[in-house]
Design a protein around this ligand. Structure first.
Ligand code: C2R
Length: 345
């Protein structure tokens, strides 16, 4: 009996020693480390282990891709990708992994980090990144912890204590809370995005932001993320600030502009100065949904497999278009020629 007891303790000890970290932090250069040091301070404060790697999409593209492709198998639930300037590291990582990637832009000498932010945030449909504000290292650590340790009462309690948010027990389910501007017709892109939830068997529950206690309801019903449509031209920024302060659920924000015209990127500073706020690109409703599905996929193999299938289909459809173009070119390229000459006219 005593031997069994010792064996059990030894096993527990070994499992602790060999338990793989759930958070990978990858940086484009060691010169970024002092600028994002708070990531490590906060994770240490939460007693959360992490793996740190220096990988560059530009300087070590093959190693960077290889290490992105195995993130899920290695047991990681989330990746923080941080770089400065033409910062393609998090975006390229996101292309190669089904786990959610958090993009942390590093402040730069010449463009103040706006270059880093803008090269991260407006990802193409199908490949989301959760972008943070420039040098928002604390937010990176908190957002990563909230994703990786969702449903872990002990860690979540520590996070809430640090953030000064009340913690209520939360058991994550395949559900997402949809909040924000729904008085308007958000259009076909939004409808299609919501259909994605159905296709993945994930329930999307709409909450009225003006209804008192809706956040507690979302937590009680086990929502795994908050999908917030942030109407930038109206009350979105204020609502965003309020929500960010009040929730420990992964907070996925979709900046919404009604008119599809050019906009100044300065609003990003306002929404991304809030704690643990992860922004999609402007009007990227589907990417917001996919990002939530990546979070749920960490604990739901059906969603994870389906996400991988979705990615393969996306990639195949691009290859197919290129194949068609090459075939057409080989057959005299009449379509191509007439298309090019129509551009000239
Ligand atoms: P060095 O200080 O090593 O010259 O790097 C790094 O993140 C860093 O901020 C200068 C800056 O280059 C950035 N870098 C990227 C990437 N790789 C390096 N943006 C990338 O793959 O995106």
């Amino acid at each position: 009996m005593i031997i069994l007891k010792y064996l059990f303790v030894l096993l527990l000890f070994c499992s602790h020693l060999y338990s793989t970290p759930k958070i990978e932090v990858r940086v484009g250069s060691d010169s970024d480390l002092p600028r994002i040091q708070e990531v490590f301070f906060i994770l240490d404060q939460l007693d959360i282990d992490y793996e740190l790697r220096i990988l560059s999409a530009h300087r070590t593209p093959h190693e960077m891709m290889a290490k992105a492709q195995t993130l899920a198998q290695e047991g990681f639930s989330v990746c923080i990708g941080s770089a400065g300037g033409s910062a393609h590291l998090p975006g390229m990582t996101a292309s190669e992994t089904p786990i959610p990637v958090i993009a942390l832009p590093v402040k730069t000498s010449y463009l103040d980090g706006l270059d880093s932010l803008l090269s991260m945030v407006q990802m193409p449909p199908g490949i989301p990144n959760g972008a943070l504000g420039i040098n928002q290292s604390k937010s990176a650590a908190l957002a990563a912890a909230q994703i990786a340790y969702i449903g872990d009462h002990q860690v979540m309690q520590k996070i809430c204590k640090l953030r000064n948010i009340p913690y209520t027990e939360h058991t994550p389910q395949s559900r997402v809370a949809i909040v924000g501007s729904r008085k308007k017709n958000l259009g076909i892109d939004f409808e299609k995005a919501m259909e994605l939830f159905q296709a993945f068997n994930v329930e999307a529950i709409e909450y009225d932001i003006n209804e008192e206690g809706f956040l507690s309801q979302a937590i009680e019903s086990g929502c795994s993320a908050l999908y917030f449509i942030c109407d930038i031209q109206n009350e979105g920024i204020v609502q965003c600030q309020h929500l960010a302060k009040s929730t420990f659920l992964p907070f996925v924000v979709i900046p919404y502009f009604e008119n599809k015209t050019c906009v100044s990127p300065m609003f990003f500073h306002q929404i991304l100065s809030n704690e643990a706020t992860l922004s999609m690109g402007i009007n990227q409703f589907s990417n917001g949904v996919l990002y939530c599905l990546q979070i749920i996929g960490n604990g739901n193999p059906f969603v994870r497999n389906k996400f991988n299938e979705y990615r393969r289909d996306l990639s195949d459809s691009v290859k197919q278009k290129n194949k068609k173009l090459q075939e057409e070119k080989a057959q005299n390229g009449t379509y191509l020629k007439s298309w090019v000459s129509s551009l000239k006219n």
